[in-house]
Design a binder for this molecule. Structure first.
Ligand code: SF4
Length: 365
């Protein structure tokens, strides 16, 4: 089975059956080999530096009703909030002082008439901190609105497709949401020159092995710059609140597979993984992830942004706990890379000959 790992490392691709075999393999030696190869590839490309992004949870208001999400519009138990522009700027100021050079504005899908407010916010951040990247993770919008976000200076956009199988997608989302629209949005984002991230929840309800293989193959064709992937974690107020939590092992295995498929991709070791496993962040990095996203949101709203139960937002998961994160990374021989951490189509950081070949994504678009 290790030969499959070798093929994936050299060819960045396997047959459907190859992915199936790797995903179902429970031989510890093979899985250790998969992780070690993924880690080596990440080290060759990025060295031992881990990019950090300051996460600002803009709002828990959402017009959608995804069955798995704690801030879905039907959850009346949620106390809703929306940060003011002033609060967001304060978060950025604090983050910039700490050293962050990417801010991620994440939130529910706001009413359509809020797009100008969002674009204005992006423009203000980019004017005040011109050395920083802005990532948006604010769901589905018309193409013209994405265009305005890009014009305002947004560099990256995260939009998980959640499942490429239409039947499975419809089991996770209400009828008014469609997989086709999600995929259309992803294509628009690419066309507009964003660095685009997509991904799934590992172990989401009713997810089959074939679904995961289909997701891998979609991602292979789509060629995202970022891959956002965490375990499914139930939230007790949602229709899927009684389903089992996804597995950290499967999540890490997927990090490794994606790292071998996409050596240069930006792959976060997610908060969700760290929320179900106290060593999750480190395990994710050892499996080939190369990004972490500490929480920069005002402390009084962090609990209100409860996408799932038990979400971590303190200590090394929080921006103010950055020293703890550094100390954690040090224990495994890694450190924080404080640069913007844009996607580079071709970056080789070879520790043996210190050769760097870099084509910065943002200069090509
Ligand atoms: S997953 Fe996103 S779009 Fe769906 S309900 Fe939650 S915040 Fe809204």
């Amino acid at each position: 089975m290790t030969e499959l790992v070798d093929i994936l490392r050299t060819e960045h691709h396997l047959s459907s059956n190859g992915y199936r075999s790797l995903l179902t393999c429970d031989d510890v030696k093979v899985n250790d080999y998969l992780q070690s190869q993924a880690r080596q590839v990440a080290n060759d490309v990025f060295g031992k530096g881990i990019f950090v992004r300051g996460l600002i949870e803009l709002t828990n208001v959402c017009r959608n009703d995804c069955y798995y999400c704690g801030i879905r519009k039907s959850n009346t138990a949620v106390e809703r909030y929306m940060l003011t522009a002033e609060q967001v700027m304060q978060c950025c100021e604090q983050g910039h002082k700490l050293g962050f050079r990417t801010f991620v504005l994440q939130g529910g899908e706001l009413p359509r008439d809020k797009w100008q407010w969002i674009a204005g916010l992006v423009a203000e951040i980019k004017t005040s901190w011109y050395d920083c990247a802005v990532t948006l993770s604010l769901g589905e919008w018309p193409k013209d609105v994405y265009k305005e976000f890009r014009k305002a200076g947004a560099d990256r956009y995260l939009l998980r497709h959640e499942s490429h199988n239409a039947t499975h997608y419809s089991m996770l989302h209400p009828a008014e949401m469609s997989l086709n629209n999600r995929l259309q949005c992803l294509n628009w984002l690419k066309e507009l020159g964003f660095q685009v991230g997509t991904g799934i929840m590992a172990g989401s309800p009713w997810q089959t092995l074939d679904n995961i293989v289909e997701d891998i193959e979609f991602i292979e064709n789509f060629q995202p710059e970022m891959i956002g992937l965490g375990p499914f974690v139930p939230q007790h107020e949602t229709p899927l609140g009684n389903h089992a939590t996804g597995s950290a092992v499967l999540t890490c295995k997927l990090y490794s597979i994606f790292r071998l498929m996409f050596p240069n991709a930006l792959i976060p070791s997610t908060t969700a993984l760290n929320s179900i496993d106290s060593h999750g962040r480190i395990k994710g990095i050892m499996a080939g992830a190369n990004v972490v996203m500490p929480n920069l949101s005002p402390t009084n709203v962090r609990e209100l942004y409860a996408l799932y139960d038990g979400k971590s937002s303190v200590n090394a998961e929080a921006a103010e706990g950055i020293a703890q994160l550094e100390a954690q990374l040090k224990t495994i021989g890694y450190h924080i890379n404080w640069s913007r951490g844009d996607f580079n189509k071709c970056t080789i950081h070879n520790a043996h000959n210190t050769q760097f070949i870099m084509h910065n994504f943002s200069t090509q678009n």
